[in-house]
Design a protein around this ligand. Structure first.
Ligand SMILES: C[S@@+](CC[C@H](N)C(=O)[O-])C[C@H]1O[C@@H](n2cnc3c(N)ncnc32)[C@H](O)[C@@H]1O
Length: 207
Protein backbone atom coordinates (compact mmCIF):
# COMPACT_ATOMS: atom_id res chain seq x y z
CA UNK A 1 0.00 0.00 0.00
CA UNK A 2 1.31 3.45 -0.90
CA UNK A 3 0.48 6.87 0.40
CA UNK A 4 1.78 10.28 -0.50
CA UNK A 5 2.36 12.52 2.53
CA UNK A 6 0.52 15.78 2.21
CA UNK A 7 2.79 18.61 1.09
CA UNK A 8 5.79 16.36 0.62
CA UNK A 9 6.95 14.43 -2.41
CA UNK A 10 7.58 11.40 -0.27
CA UNK A 11 6.19 8.00 -1.10
CA UNK A 12 5.74 5.57 1.73
CA UNK A 13 5.18 1.88 1.17
CA UNK A 14 5.58 -1.27 3.21
CA UNK A 15 9.36 -1.24 2.65
CA UNK A 16 9.58 2.20 4.29
CA UNK A 17 7.63 0.97 7.31
CA UNK A 18 9.57 -2.29 7.44
CA UNK A 19 12.90 -0.37 7.38
CA UNK A 20 11.73 1.90 10.18
CA UNK A 21 10.64 -1.07 12.31
CA UNK A 22 14.01 -2.76 11.77
CA UNK A 23 15.86 0.42 12.83
CA UNK A 24 17.13 1.48 9.39
CA UNK A 25 16.74 5.10 8.30
CA UNK A 26 15.88 4.28 4.66
CA UNK A 27 14.07 1.60 2.66
CA UNK A 28 17.14 1.31 0.40
CA UNK A 29 18.52 -1.25 2.86
CA UNK A 30 16.31 -3.90 1.24
CA UNK A 31 17.96 -3.41 -2.16
CA UNK A 32 21.36 -4.21 -0.70
CA UNK A 33 19.85 -7.04 1.33
CA UNK A 34 18.43 -8.61 -1.85
CA UNK A 35 21.84 -8.47 -3.54
CA UNK A 36 23.50 -9.81 -0.39
CA UNK A 37 21.05 -12.74 -0.21
CA UNK A 38 21.76 -13.64 -3.84
CA UNK A 39 25.50 -13.20 -3.97
CA UNK A 40 26.99 -12.81 -0.46
CA UNK A 41 28.91 -9.76 -1.64
CA UNK A 42 29.67 -8.68 1.95
CA UNK A 43 31.48 -11.00 4.34
CA UNK A 44 32.76 -10.87 7.92
CA UNK A 45 36.12 -9.11 8.28
CA UNK A 46 35.87 -7.11 5.06
CA UNK A 47 36.77 -3.47 4.52
CA UNK A 48 33.98 -1.62 2.70
CA UNK A 49 33.64 1.86 1.20
CA UNK A 50 30.03 3.13 0.91
CA UNK A 51 29.73 6.11 -1.47
CA UNK A 52 26.56 8.20 -1.06
CA UNK A 53 25.86 6.63 2.34
CA UNK A 54 23.37 9.10 3.87
CA UNK A 55 21.06 8.63 5.72
CA UNK A 56 23.00 5.48 6.60
CA UNK A 57 21.00 2.30 5.94
CA UNK A 58 23.62 0.57 3.78
CA UNK A 59 26.34 1.69 6.19
CA UNK A 60 24.50 0.14 9.13
CA UNK A 61 23.65 -3.05 7.24
CA UNK A 62 27.21 -3.49 5.92
CA UNK A 63 28.72 -2.82 9.35
CA UNK A 64 26.53 -5.55 10.86
CA UNK A 65 27.73 -8.07 8.27
CA UNK A 66 31.45 -7.26 8.29
CA UNK A 67 31.34 -7.35 12.11
CA UNK A 68 33.96 -6.28 14.63
CA UNK A 69 36.87 -7.52 12.54
CA UNK A 70 35.70 -5.51 9.51
CA UNK A 71 35.38 -1.81 8.78
CA UNK A 72 32.96 0.34 6.80
CA UNK A 73 33.68 3.91 5.71
CA UNK A 74 30.76 5.93 4.37
CA UNK A 75 30.99 9.16 2.38
CA UNK A 76 28.24 11.62 1.50
CA UNK A 77 27.76 15.23 0.48
CA UNK A 78 25.14 15.59 3.20
CA UNK A 79 25.93 15.65 6.90
CA UNK A 80 24.97 12.64 8.96
CA UNK A 81 25.52 11.50 12.57
CA UNK A 82 28.44 9.17 13.15
CA UNK A 83 27.19 5.55 13.23
CA UNK A 84 27.00 3.97 16.73
CA UNK A 85 29.03 0.90 15.73
CA UNK A 86 32.79 1.33 16.26
CA UNK A 87 33.55 -0.47 12.98
CA UNK A 88 31.70 2.19 10.94
CA UNK A 89 32.74 5.75 10.18
CA UNK A 90 31.11 8.62 8.29
CA UNK A 91 33.08 11.20 6.30
CA UNK A 92 31.36 14.19 4.69
CA UNK A 93 32.66 14.95 1.21
CA UNK A 94 32.09 14.99 -2.52
CA UNK A 95 32.79 11.79 -4.45
CA UNK A 96 33.84 13.92 -7.44
CA UNK A 97 36.56 15.60 -5.41
CA UNK A 98 38.44 12.80 -3.68
CA UNK A 99 42.13 13.60 -3.58
CA UNK A 100 45.00 11.12 -3.84
CA UNK A 101 45.92 12.09 -0.26
CA UNK A 102 42.43 11.20 0.94
CA UNK A 103 42.51 7.86 -0.91
CA UNK A 104 45.95 7.10 0.54
CA UNK A 105 44.61 7.91 3.98
CA UNK A 106 41.58 5.59 3.80
CA UNK A 107 43.76 2.91 2.18
CA UNK A 108 43.83 0.97 -1.06
CA UNK A 109 42.91 -2.34 0.49
CA UNK A 110 39.11 -2.37 0.25
CA UNK A 111 37.24 -5.61 -0.43
CA UNK A 112 34.01 -3.94 -1.55
CA UNK A 113 33.01 -0.52 -2.88
CA UNK A 114 29.29 0.28 -2.78
CA UNK A 115 27.73 3.27 -4.50
CA UNK A 116 24.07 4.11 -4.02
CA UNK A 117 24.75 7.72 -5.05
CA UNK A 118 21.93 9.56 -6.77
CA UNK A 119 22.06 13.02 -8.31
CA UNK A 120 19.57 15.80 -7.64
CA UNK A 121 17.05 15.07 -10.37
CA UNK A 122 15.62 17.56 -12.85
CA UNK A 123 12.77 15.39 -14.14
CA UNK A 124 14.34 15.41 -17.61
CA UNK A 125 15.16 11.75 -18.23
CA UNK A 126 18.27 12.18 -20.36
CA UNK A 127 19.75 14.85 -18.14
CA UNK A 128 19.16 12.79 -14.98
CA UNK A 129 20.57 9.65 -16.61
CA UNK A 130 23.72 11.54 -17.64
CA UNK A 131 24.11 12.98 -14.13
CA UNK A 132 23.75 9.49 -12.67
CA UNK A 133 26.25 8.03 -15.17
CA UNK A 134 28.78 10.73 -14.22
CA UNK A 135 28.45 9.74 -10.54
CA UNK A 136 28.88 6.08 -11.50
CA UNK A 137 32.01 6.74 -13.56
CA UNK A 138 33.42 8.62 -10.59
CA UNK A 139 32.51 5.74 -8.23
CA UNK A 140 34.15 3.28 -10.65
CA UNK A 141 37.34 5.37 -10.77
CA UNK A 142 37.43 5.34 -6.96
CA UNK A 143 36.70 1.61 -6.87
CA UNK A 144 39.53 0.69 -9.22
CA UNK A 145 41.87 2.86 -7.14
CA UNK A 146 41.01 1.55 -3.68
CA UNK A 147 39.85 -2.04 -4.27
CA UNK A 148 42.17 -4.97 -3.80
CA UNK A 149 42.53 -7.21 -6.84
CA UNK A 150 39.56 -9.59 -6.56
CA UNK A 151 37.37 -6.94 -4.91
CA UNK A 152 33.71 -6.26 -5.69
CA UNK A 153 31.76 -3.21 -6.78
CA UNK A 154 28.03 -2.44 -6.47
CA UNK A 155 26.73 0.68 -8.19
CA UNK A 156 23.31 2.23 -8.75
CA UNK A 157 22.72 3.84 -12.13
CA UNK A 158 19.69 5.36 -13.86
CA UNK A 159 18.94 3.62 -17.13
CA UNK A 160 19.34 5.84 -20.19
CA UNK A 161 22.16 7.93 -21.65
CA UNK A 162 25.57 6.82 -20.42
CA UNK A 163 24.39 3.39 -19.23
CA UNK A 164 25.96 1.30 -22.03
CA UNK A 165 29.28 3.15 -21.77
CA UNK A 166 29.32 2.54 -18.01
CA UNK A 167 28.71 -1.21 -18.44
CA UNK A 168 31.55 -1.31 -20.97
CA UNK A 169 33.84 0.31 -18.41
CA UNK A 170 32.78 -2.09 -15.63
CA UNK A 171 33.57 -5.02 -17.96
CA UNK A 172 37.06 -3.60 -18.52
CA UNK A 173 37.93 -3.74 -14.84
CA UNK A 174 35.90 -6.66 -13.43
CA UNK A 175 35.97 -10.32 -14.42
CA UNK A 176 32.22 -10.78 -14.09
CA UNK A 177 29.25 -8.45 -13.85
CA UNK A 178 25.46 -8.56 -13.46
CA UNK A 179 22.70 -6.00 -13.93
CA UNK A 180 20.02 -6.30 -11.27
CA UNK A 181 16.70 -4.64 -10.51
CA UNK A 182 15.76 -5.34 -6.87
CA UNK A 183 12.14 -6.23 -6.07
CA UNK A 184 12.17 -3.44 -3.49
CA UNK A 185 12.93 -0.78 -6.14
CA UNK A 186 9.90 1.43 -6.74
CA UNK A 187 8.13 0.33 -9.90
CA UNK A 188 8.31 3.77 -11.53
CA UNK A 189 12.03 4.11 -10.87
CA UNK A 190 14.61 3.91 -13.67
CA UNK A 191 17.34 2.93 -11.25
CA UNK A 192 19.15 -0.35 -11.62
CA UNK A 193 22.23 -1.86 -9.95
CA UNK A 194 25.42 -3.07 -11.58
CA UNK A 195 27.52 -5.57 -9.66
CA UNK A 196 31.12 -6.22 -10.67
CA UNK A 197 33.08 -9.13 -9.20
CA UNK A 198 36.73 -9.88 -8.99
CA UNK A 199 38.52 -6.71 -9.90
CA UNK A 200 41.16 -7.55 -12.46
CA UNK A 201 44.83 -6.99 -11.88
CA UNK A 202 46.24 -9.37 -9.30
CA UNK A 203 46.34 -12.71 -7.64
CA UNK A 204 43.66 -12.12 -4.96
CA UNK A 205 40.79 -14.48 -5.75
CA UNK A 206 37.31 -14.45 -4.16
CA UNK A 207 36.54 -17.58 -2.18
C1 LIG B 1 19.68 7.22 -2.31
S1 LIG B 1 20.72 8.11 -1.23
C2 LIG B 1 21.69 6.82 -0.52
C3 LIG B 1 20.97 5.99 0.50
C4 LIG B 1 21.91 5.14 1.32
N1 LIG B 1 22.48 4.07 0.51
C5 LIG B 1 21.22 4.51 2.50
O1 LIG B 1 21.01 3.29 2.46
O2 LIG B 1 20.91 5.21 3.46
C6 LIG B 1 21.84 8.85 -2.35
C7 LIG B 1 22.90 9.71 -1.68
O3 LIG B 1 23.91 10.06 -2.66
C8 LIG B 1 24.50 11.25 -2.18
N2 LIG B 1 25.33 11.88 -3.23
C9 LIG B 1 24.93 12.40 -4.41
N3 LIG B 1 25.97 12.94 -5.07
C10 LIG B 1 27.08 12.75 -4.28
C11 LIG B 1 28.45 13.09 -4.42
N4 LIG B 1 28.91 13.77 -5.49
N5 LIG B 1 29.29 12.74 -3.43
C12 LIG B 1 28.84 12.10 -2.31
N6 LIG B 1 27.54 11.75 -2.14
C13 LIG B 1 26.66 12.07 -3.10
C14 LIG B 1 23.29 12.09 -1.78
O4 LIG B 1 23.68 13.16 -0.94
C15 LIG B 1 22.40 11.04 -1.13
O5 LIG B 1 22.53 11.07 0.27
Amino acid sequence: MKSKKKGKNLWRDHYTDKAQKAGFPARSVFKLEEMQKRWKILRPGQKVLDLGCAPGSWLKYASQIVGDSGRVIGLDLKPMDQPDKPNAQFIQGDAFELTQEFLDEIGRDFDVVLSDMAPNTTGIKNVDALKSAALCESALATAITVLKPGGSFVCKIFQGEGFDAFIKDVKKYFTKHKIFKPESTRKQSREIYVVGWSKKGGSHVRT
